[in-house]
Write a protein that binds this ligand. Sequence first.
Ligand SMILES: CC(C)(COP(=O)(O)OP(=O)(O)OC[C@H]1O[C@@H](n2cnc3c(N)ncnc32)[C@H](O)[C@@H]1OP(=O)(O)O)[C@@H](O)C(=O)NCCC(=O)NCCS
Length: 181
Amino acid sequence: MSPIGADISAGIGTRFLTIEDGSALIDLYRQIAIQPAGFIRASDEITTEFIDRIIRRSQSGGVGIAAFEVETGKLVGAIHARRLGVKACQHVLKGLTIGVSPDFQTRGIGRRLFFDFLEHIQMNRPDILRIELSARDSQPRQIEFYESVGFRREGYFENRIRNPNGEFEAEVAMAWIRRED
Ligand SMILES: CC(C)(COP(=O)(O)OP(=O)(O)OC[C@H]1O[C@@H](n2cnc3c(N)ncnc32)[C@H](O)[C@@H]1OP(=O)(O)O)[C@@H](O)C(=O)NCCC(=O)NCCS
C-alpha cells in the first residue's frame, strides 16, 4: 500500500479522490482557473460533467489523489491522470493535472502530491510505464518543478495556447518514464 494518508505533516493529508469530492473539486478548480498562471481551461469550462469525468477516469484505470486539511477535511489540492482507451497504450497515463488552492500554494503541497502520486504508481501500478503532462512555456518555474520530480521535456507546440489577452504561447509536452534501476 502506498503512504497515502499516512504522513499528515504540516496538517495536510492525502487520500484517493472519490466521487464525493466532486463539488469541492469544482470550487477548487474554479478558484485556480481565475489565477493568472492557473489552468489553461477557463473557469466557466469547469463544469460538473468535466469534474465528474476526471474523477471517474481516475478511478477506472487512472490515478487521482486529493490533499486535504486534516483539521477541517477541506480539499486543498488534487493530482490526477487518466488512462488512454487504446489497447496499445494501456501503459500510458495522460493529461496529468495538478492544482493547489491559491490560499495553500507554496507550502509544499504540490510537491507532496507529486511524490505520493509517483510513489503509488511505482509501488502499486507496474502496468504504468509512462505519464504525460503539458506545461505552459510562460511558466519556467513549473517546468523546473516537473523536471525536479522526474519529468523530461519531449516536445514544443508553438502557438498552441491563446491566452485571454489574445497572445499565443507554446505548450511544452513532458513525460515521466518508468526506469527499472
Ligand atoms: C503548480 C502548483 C500545483 C504548485 O503547487 P504548490 O503547492 O504551490 O507547490 P510547492 O509549494 O510544493 O512547490 C513546488 C514547486 O513549485 C514551484 N513553485 C512554487 N511557487 C511557485 C510560483 N509562485 N510560481 C511558479 N512556480 C512555483 C517551485 O518550483 C517549487 O519548488 P521549490 O519549492 O523547490 O522551489 C500550484 O502553483 C498550482 O496549483 N498552480 C495553478 C495550477 C497549475 O498551473 N497547474 C499546473 C498545470 S496542470
